[in-house]
Design a protein around this ligand. Sequence first.
Ligand code: GRF
Length: 207
Amino acid sequence: MAEPLPIAVLVSGTGTNLQALLDTVHGHEAQVVAVASSVAGAPALQRADARDVPTAVFARGDYADRDARDAALGDWLQQRGARLIVLAGYMELLGGAFLARFPSPVINVHPSLLPAFPGIGAIAQALQYGVHVFGVTVHFVDDGVDTGPVIAQRAVELPGARDERDVLAALRPLEHALLADAVRSFARGELEIDPADPRRPGPRDRL
Ligand code: GRF
């Protein structure tokens, strides 16, 4: 098998998506070489510690502005040698300078069928709207809010849903599977952006 792809995971909270990566692709197709949190004491950091993955905290309040935070974060991720950056419940926006700096792409998991319900509170937005079909999206990150090219989506019908916790419970396993699949595909070189058709990343013919 090819060398595992070094990846970094950015978190802010519970870290169930990080855990899914640690339980599936870590040590196989990918190696989680860094976990960075925007929140000190986030439970996700303990999940990384338990697998001896190096962690660091880059809290917005510790820096003069977002650009300074992004620069420090970027330096650390570069030192760790990450070649794919995975946002897994990372509750901060990354500036255009951060995205431009890395040749390695950034991907994100979002708990809605984008472009519906971008931004924070996606499940609450969907419940408020009264949708019957919920879902999750894994996408490349650009400098908009949840606007980058879609990598994969999965839907679930929950016509009777009224409670955010019930929807979250139904979406969690979908997120975990989809994110691990996306990392696997990327590690295998099956997820490239074609400049001629940038909204549809996928395997490209190689000469
Ligand atoms: C997930 O629902 C993800 O879609 C969103 O933030 C949540 C993170 O959950 N971006 P966890 O910290 O991975 O458990």
